[in-house]
Design a protein around this ligand. Structure first.
Ligand code: HQG
Length: 176
């Protein structure tokens, strides 16, 4: 339970508001682990505790640098960072889980990235259902990612298997 709270805290600091603890991220989104530890008052962090959370995190949300000195979020940022993502060929279809109450708006505007850098998609219908359930009664949308890609959309796959794209036009949502 405590680890989940710490994971949420790390997401907040590393994706959205490092300034809350006066932490500097480098342009690639990395924070110095010892600085993160010393500037965190909310929890008593240690490098072992952080390493354990990074390793056991259900969605592999974080990465530790090769030298073991830095940490960053693998995706989900609202602040500007360069994750060095390389465009990849998407599979034929990808899924997006959302709430039924957003459907009318999605059908008219397509999927918008909102506060995040990209729209988040997944290869797993199961994951899409979990993501959609966060906002209420879930619905899984199937996206014709192959056609979008053929028409020039760039897709990126994060280290933790989330697919990212700038926008999904309504006519590329192919279920019902
Ligand atoms: C919806 C979590 C109305 C969209 C998850 C979603 C994911 C629209 C919500 C990651 C819309 C945005 C991202 C439109 C999109 N009209 N609603 N035109 N276009 N939406 O949280 O994809 O736990 O920013 O369907 O697992 O739900 O943080 O995006 O419901 O991977 O690691 O607007 O966040 O990962 O919500 O979730 P979010 P998301 P973490």
């Amino acid at each position: 339970m405590e680890n989940k709270k710490i994971s949420k805290y790390l997401s907040l600091i590393l994706r959205h508001q490092p300034e809350l603890i006066n932490l500097e991220l480098d342009p690639q989104g990395w924070a110095n682990i010892s600085e993160l530890i010393s500037k965190t008052n909310k929890f008593t962090l240690t490098s072992e505790l952080i390493a354990g959370i990074v390793q056991s995190n259900d969605k592999q949300r974080f990465a530790i640098s090769e030298d073991g000195k830095k940490i960053r979020a693998n995706q989900g940022h609202s602040i500007q960072v360069d994750l060095g993502l390389v465009p990849s060929n998407p599979p034929k279809s990808l899924y997006h889980g959302t709430a039924t109450r957003f459907l009318d708006s999605i059908k008219s505007k397509g999927l918008l990235k909102g506060d995040r850098h990209h729209v988040h998609l997944t290869e797993s219908a199961e994951t899409a259902r979990t993501v959609g359930s966060r906002y209420g009664s879930a619905v899984i949308l199937t996206i014709d990612s192959e056609l979008m890609h053929q028409q020039g959309a760039q897709f990126y796959k994060t280290k933790n298997d989330v697919w990212l794209v700038e926008h999904v036009p309504a006519d590329k949502i192919v279920n019902d």
